[in-house]
Design a protein around this ligand. Structure first.
Ligand SMILES: NC(=O)C1=CN([C@@H]2O[C@H](COP(=O)(O)OP(=O)(O)OC[C@H]3O[C@@H](n4cnc5c(N)ncnc54)[C@H](OP(=O)(O)O)[C@@H]3O)[C@@H](O)[C@H]2O)C=CC1
Ligand SMILES: O=C(O)[C@@H]1CCC=N1
Length: 273
């Protein structure tokens, strides 16, 4: 079985590394398409996969074709490749805000998987939410599951509205976490820690807390209470976070990302007729 990637950037490269590391595809069974020759040659030399600057050539190569270009150029890429897609091929889209109906209509193809991965896939710790059209057979779903599991964890959903929601929560999510980490490290530096020590304290505290929350099975409010000694330091810090609207800001940010997903979806629905 062979797999092609249309647009071999950050996410596609993470997927390629994961499927090679997991032994699902050999580098010789993978092709990545690029729009710049220099980049194509660089990736060919580092990942030892096949590369091309022709999207149609990439489509012809794979049994599975992953669409990993930016959503903004999907319409022109679809026009370029639609005549080369075979009925037997499985199309996997990782593009944000392009729904199944738009994919099927622009590609003139029914067998489609839509998924939303995230960047921790680069170290095989990603989280991907995905859905498939009824034309995708169970054996193909199993292959998709294997591919996505090679990047970390996966969650299948029947209704693609959850893929839109996941775009705002888990797809965009690493950016929220990185900003949170950066802010805490800066706070540590402000107190007088070296940046290196502050990073170690913050990263390990965050990792430990996430594992604790997952393994304890307790509600996070209970876990928070366990940290909050009466008349102690935590109560003061939490008071300031609540006063500053920490939760509301976070909820508004996620909702804003969700609205952007829906906007992109509508925009792409209108394009391409
Ligand atoms: N980054 C993320 O966290 C996530 C991204 N996604 C989705 O993944 C997709 C890719 O995102 P990401 O990897 O971040 O973006 P990148 O910009 O890193 O990847 C897109 C790649 O497509 C290439 N490209 C541009 N035009 C063409 C073309 N006409 N034909 C072939 N290739 C082309 C770009 O090349 P060049 O750089 O030379 O322009 C680039 O390498 C997006 O649709 C995004 O919504 C989904 C989940 C998470
Ligand atoms: O910012 C974006 O549009 C992409 C989709 C999810 C994460 N990054």
């Amino acid at each position: 079985m062979k797999i092609s990637f249309i647009g071999t950037g950050t996410m596609a490269t993470a997927m390629i590394k994961s499927i090679i590391d997991a032994g699902i595809f050999a580098p010789s069974d993978i092709m990545g398409s690029f729009h710049r020759e220099k980049k194509a040659l660089e990736v060919r030399d580092t990942l030892h996969i096949n590369t091309t600057i022709s999207n149609s050539e990439a489509v012809k190569f794979g049994d599975i074709v992953v669409l990993s270009v930016k959503p903004q150029i999907f319409e022109s890429v679809a026009n370029e490749i639609k005549d080369y897609i075979r009925d037997s091929q499985l199309i996997i889209s990782i593009m944000a805000g392009i729904d199944v109906e738009t994919l099927q209509r622009n590609l003139l193809h029914k067998k489609v998987v839509r998924c939303m991965p995230n960047t921790p896939a680069q170290i095989r710790q990603g989280m991907t939410v995905w859905t498939a059209t009824k034309e995708v057979e169970d054996t193909e779903k199993n292959i998709v599951k294997q591919i996505l599991s090679s990047m970390g964890s996966e969650m299948y959903v029947e209704d693609e509205v959850y893929v839109d929601m996941a775009t705002a929560l888990s797809g965009t999510g690493p950016a929220y976490v990185f900003l949170f980490l950066e802010s805490l490290v800066n706070a540590g530096v402000h107190l007088g820690f070296s940046r290196r020590d502050a990073m170690e304290l913050v990263y390990k505290t965050t990792l430990g807390s996430v594992l604790f929350a997952m393994q304890s099975g307790k509600h996070t409010a209970e876990l928070r209470d366990m940290v909050t000694s009466p008349g102690g330091t935590t109560a003061d810090a939490l008071y300031e976070l609540e006063k500053g609207g920490f939760r509301t800001v976070l909820e508004k940010a996620v909702y804003s990302a969700y609205k952007r997903t829906l906007y992109l979806k509508e925009l792409n629905k209108k394009k391409g007729g």
